[in-house]
Design a protein around this ligand. Structure first.
Ligand SMILES: [Zn+2]
Length: 132
């Protein structure tokens, strides 16, 4: 099981290098998992198909404070943490180009449309969100 999850994670990062944000779709119930998981969170099915995500998402909540520990998050500044809903999947992530002060004003307007973007950190890529 652990080896299979490693392969899923590896494929996910390989696709990011190709500029594709991939999720996994359950052929049994149609639920989409993002980030990819080993099994469907709706029905538990282990057979999942890779799909390219549209990147369209909604920001549903903002979590302050924005500072995570460690220097690795410096590259994202300014940013806050947010809760996102993307094609039926809920996840926590980074909302870029928003300061803590700006985030306070945004909270009253939630949910807001956002776009998932591929962001380069040193020698790897990750997915962050930006306001549309
Ligand atoms: Zn399912």
């Amino acid at each position: 099981m652990a080896i299979k999850m490693e392969r899923i994670v590896q494929r996910y990062y390989e696709e990011l290098e190709n500029g594709k944000i991939m999720g996994r779709k359950c052929p049994a119930c149609g639920a989409i998992q993002f980030p990819p998981r080993i099994a469907c969170t709706s029905c538990g099915n282990f057979e999942q198909e890779w799909i390219e995500m549209s990147g369209n998402a909604m920001l549903t909540d903002i979590t302050l404070p924005s500072r995570m520990t460690g220097p690795s998050t410096e590259v994202f500044q300014p940013f806050v943490m947010g809760c996102f809903e993307m094609e039926g999947s809920e996840l926590n992530g980074i909302l870029r180009n928003i300061s803590s002060e700006e985030a306070e004003g945004l909270k009253e307007r939630l949910p807001l449309p956002v776009k998932a973007c591929i962001f380069q950190i040193e020698n790897m890529k990750t997915v962050v969100f930006e306001l549309v």
